[in-house]
Write a protein of this length. Structure first.
Length: 203
């Protein structure tokens, strides 16, 4: 069977949005967020790229940052909106969008947080995705990425997952015009036997 396309990946998240949210919302991502948070000023403008059910968008907004969550999956966004505090001055807002087609002005964010979302971008499309992230970041802005370690592109239940080696990922982030601040493997943050790669970069 051919590898899943981005449309197949979207269909996966449409089908599994509620289950995904139940699992993802219980995960504590604060250790992974710490390096990015240390680089942010109060009230920073943050794009949660591939926000899913909005766990991190809510957390970052709760810290006082101005957060937009973007995701191609309408079902995920509906769950994210439903879980966000209404009327709070710093509640995240949510936009249906996929990288590299980001409907935001140039240089309008201080940070892009891409947690387990760029892993769904086909390997050959990563340069365009990184260029889109750089375009929406102000000079000096931060890009934070988490992807899975490994080789190749795999079919995970009809979801495309692109696996990365850290040197290759770092080279591509550098080639997109970023300076690497941190590039480390991280143990799984849930029960799965996965090593994550975390990259924090500035532009
Ligand atoms: C593994 S989930 C991660 C969700 C959330 N960031 C989290 O950590 O719980 C991957 C998310 O990336 C989204 N996604 C897939 N392709 C994307 C793309 N090209 N641009 C932005 N988001 C994408 C999916 O719809 C899904 O919500």
């Amino acid at each position: 069977m051919p590898l899943p396309t981005p449309d197949d990946t979207d269909a996966y998240y449409r089908r599994h949005a509620a289950d995904y949210a139940r699992r993802a919302d219980g995960i504590d991502l604060t250790p992974m967020l710490a390096p990015l948070l240390a680089a942010l000023r109060p009230g920073s403008r943050v794009l949660d790229l591939g926000c899913g059910s909005g766990r991190d968008a809510r957390y970052l907004a709760g810290l006082g940052h101005r957060v937009i969550g973007a995701d191609p999956c309408a079902e995920m966004l509906a769950l994210a909106r439903a879980a966000s505090p209404t009327g709070a001055p710093t509640a995240p807002t949510y936009v249906q969008a996929r990288v590299p087609d980001l409907p935001f002005a140039d240089a309008c964010f201080d940070a892009v947080w891409a947690c387990a979302s760029l892993l769904h971008v086909p390997r050959g499309d990563l340069p365009a995705a990184l260029a889109a992230c750089r375009r929406v970041l102000r000079p000096g802005g931060r890009l934070a990425i988490l992807v899975k370690e490994g080789d190749g592109e795999v079919d995970d239940n009809r979801r495309l997952c692109v696996l990365w080696r850290i040197d290759d990922l770092v080279a591509r982030v550098r080639a997109a015009g970023f300076e690497i601040e941190l590039a480390v493997p991280r143990p799984s943050f849930d029960e799965r036997a996965i090593t994550w790669l975390q990259v924090l970069a500035s532009c």
